[in-house]
Design a binder for this molecule. Structure first.
Ligand code: HEM
Length: 354
């Protein structure tokens, strides 16, 4: 008979609960009470990071399929798992408050013992960013990440991060999925013979409503519109988009017609990606505020400039800014162009048979 499962052994609590070893408790050091909290909270973060990576890998696999059936459970599960990541990030943002019960003086009791280790070396945090789509060259002070000397990564961790960065990420895969959406196929649009996107009847009608809704001060948004959705012009005022113009057109279309049941799942997936980006940014902000309180303007144990570096990362490490930026190009619901029956019949539910 196989041995029945036991709570502690199933969860390997012998290992998990034996893994808290404050450096200040070592012989010769002065034990610092709050170092136990400092360790527990980092470990709790890392366990949740592991779960986030597990969910992200699932989503990456689905979007890596050659063809995704929009009516299968696949997309629904992606939505569900992205929403789980959102709940975890919510929790991680709350967790900062537990660490806030440690005062700067409490921290100072063991801080110097931690050098040169730092949260900067959290490989899993880097993997989350990389799998979402943050590329090395988009990072604030990219050279920091290439360090394999003191304060940087071990060679092994660095290689792992680099190989993840060179594998397809979620942004690229979502981009490909969006590019494949058939909404603008000429077959669905009566009298549409021109396959040039900017001459498509939908976009011509849409652009007219959009332009008429802009105030005088906003008229330059038309240039951004043309560049983002049709790659026309070379307006240097806008940040180089990470999504292709074809993907941006589909994403805007989904945002606009989200109230149709058939677009709901796709809409919620895009919305979840935006929210994940925002919650990570909220975490970076809360972490920065906590760091300022703990160490003021001193350099980090990981040898970056400390709060200054974190502020740069906060400003720069958005991944899905193209999607959140779509709000610039929305128009009122009541002014939305009507969709042709041929398209609705293709993407919608079948009518009741008499
Ligand atoms: C007393 C509390 C903390 C202090 C004073 C602190 C300080 C810092 C500093 C100064 C940096 C910049 C790198 C460096 O030079 O060290 C950093 C980065 C980082 N820390 Fe913390 N940290 C604290 C708690 C945490 C916790 C609880 C986590 C949870 C995992 C964490 C995760 C990170 C991560 C992921 C980075 C890299 C951020 C990025 O590159 O955007 N830190 N931390």
């Amino acid at each position: 008979m196989s041995e029945s499962l036991y709570y502690g052994s199933y969860l390997h609590l012998d290992k998990v609960l034996a893994a808290q070893h404050p450096v200040s408790f070592r012989p010769g050091n002065e034990p610092a009470h709050d170092e136990m909290l400092f360790i527990s909270i980092h470990q709790a973060y890392e366990i949740w990071f592991k779960q986030i990576l597990f969910e992200l890998d699932y989503c990456l696999n689905i979007f890596g399929k050659e063809a995704i059936n929009d009516n299968s459970e696949d997309l629904n599960l992606v939505r569900h798992r992205l929403k789980r990541i959102i709940k975890i990030l919510d929790l991680l943002n709350q967790q900062v408050h537990v660490l806030d019960t440690m005062t700067p003086l409490d921290f100072l009791e063991f801080r110097n013992l931690l050098t040169p280790s730092s949260g900067f070396q959290s490989m899993q945090f880097r993997l989350i960013e990389a799998k979402l789509g943050l590329q090395l060259e988009q990072r604030h002070q990219a050279d920091y990440y290439k360090r394999t000397n003191e304060g940087g990564f071990t060679e092994k961790d660095y290689n792992h991060i680099s190989s993840t960065e060179s594998s397809p990420n979620l942004l690229q895969r979502v981009n490909n999925w969006l590019e494949r959406m058939p909404f603008f196929d000429t077959a669905f649009w009566p009298n549409c013979t021109n396959s040039e996107p900017e001459n498509h009847p939908f976009w011509m009608a849409y652009k007219e409503v959009y332009v008429n809704g802009l105030t005088d001060r906003e008229k330059n948004k038309l240039q951004d519109f043309d560049q983002l959705f049709f790659e026309k012009g070379n307006n240097t005022n806008i940040t180089q988009p990470l999504f292709s113009s074809a993907a941006m057109r589909s994403a805007l279309f989904i945002m606009l017609y989200r109230d149709f049941p058939v677009f709901q799942t796709s809409y919620q997936i895009l919305d979840a990606l935006i929210e994940i980006d925002h919650l990570l940014s909220t975490w970076r902000h809360k972490h920065l505020v906590m760091v300022r309180r703990m160490i003021g303007m001193r350099v980090g144990t990981g040898n970056t400039s400390g709060a200054g570096y974190l502020e740069g990362a906060l400003q720069k490490h958005f991944v899905y800014r193209d999607l959140s930026g779509l709000s610039t190009f929305l128009i009122e619901r009541k002014k939305l162009p009507h969709l042709p029956e041929t398209l609705l019949a293709h993407v919608g539910f079948a009518p009741l048979k008499k």
